[in-house]
Write a new protein. Structure first.
Length: 240
C-alpha cells in the first residue's frame, strides 16, 4: 500500500449506488451515523427521498441523485454531481444489481445482456468515473456474490456478471494500491431483505444475515480499522 493514511468516515464523502435496495436502506443510515456525507444514487427519486426521510439523514450531509447507472453518461454524471456538491469523493460503495435465473439454453439475449449491464457494467462505469478522482487513502467496496466461487448452477448470467465484479475488484485493488485506495468485495449468499424473501418464500430466513449485518461489514471495510485490507473477498454468509 502507499503511504497515505486511511480516511476516517467522520467527514468523509461516500457515494452509495443501489442506495434504495435492501442493503442500501441499512448502509446509508449507518454511514450517516458515522458522520459521513452521502451521495445516494438509485433509479427512483421517490425512493431516495423516502430513504433520506425515514433515516433522518441531515440535509447538509446529503445528495440524492436518481440515475440509470447502466448508462455510462449517467454513471459519470453521478460522480460529477457528488464532486460538485461536496468538493471531494472518498468512498464508493457499489450495492446495485439485479437477479434473474436461467440455465444456458433458456438464457435469452435480453437476459444475458441485462444481467451483465446491471451487475457488472454499471459497477465498471461508476468506478471508471470515480477512481481517478477518488481521494488518496479512500476505499471502494463492491457487492459480488458467493455463487461464482461456489459454482452453483441455474443462474448463469448472474453468476458470470458477479464473477466479473470479483475480478474487477481484485484488479482495481492492485491498480490503486500506490494511492493507498483499498478495494474490497463482499460475497453474500442470501441476505434477509423483503425482496429476497419474496423471491424465495419457502426458504429458512433465520439462517440469512440481515441487511444491517451486511451493512456493518461494508462500513468496517471502508473504515480506517480495515486499513490493512485490500483485494479481499469477504464471505458474508450468516448461518447459511
Amino acid at each position: 500500500m502507499g503511504s497515505e493514511a486511511a480516511i476516517a468516515l467522520a467527514g468523509a464523502v461516500v457515494l452509495i449506488t443501489g442506495a434504495t435496495g435492501g442493503v442500501g436502506n441499512a448502509a446509508a443510515p449507518a454511514f450517516a451515523r458515522a458522520g459521513a456525507s452521502l451521495a445516494l444514487v438509485s433509479r427512483s427519486r421517490e425512493r431516495l427521498e423516502h430513504l433520506a426521510l425515514s433515516a433522518g439523514i441531515p440535509v447538509d450531509q446529503l445528495l440524492l441523485h436518481p440515475a440509470d447507472l447502466t448508462d455510462p453518461a449517467q454513471a459519470r454524471g453521478a460522480v460529477d454531481a457528488t464532486l460538485a456538491r461536496f468538493g471531494r469523493l472518498d468512498v464508493v460503495v457499489n450495492l446495485l444489481g439485479s437477479w434473474a435465473p436461467g440455465k444456458i439454453a433458456s438464457t435469452s439475449d435480453d437476459l444475458w445482456h441485462g444481467q451483465l449491464a446491471s451487475n457488472l457494467h454499471a459497477v465498471f462505469y461508476v468506478l471508471r468515473a470515480a477512481a481517478p478522482r477518488l481521494s488518496d487513502g479512500g476505499a471502494i467496496v463492491n457487492v459480488a456474490n458467493a455463487m461464482p466461487v461456489e459454482g452453483r448452477g441455474g443462474q448463469l448470467a448472474y453468476a458470470v456478471a458477479k464473477g466479473g465484479v470479483i475480478t474487477l475488484t481484485q484488479s482495481l485493488a492492485l491498480e490503486l494500491k500506490s494511492r493507498s485506495i483499498r478495494v474490497n468485495g463482499i460475497l453474500p449468499r442470501n441476505i434477509d431483505t423483503p425482496g429476497n424473501r419474496a423471491l424465495q418464500p419457502n426458504a429458512d430466513y433465520t439462517s440469512w444475515p440481515s441487511a444491517e449485518d451486511v451493512a456493518q461489514v461494508v462500513l468496517f471495510l471502508c473504515s480506517p480499522e480495515a486499513a490493512a485490507v485490500s483485494g479481499a473477498l469477504v464471505p458474508v454468509y450468516g448461518g447459511s
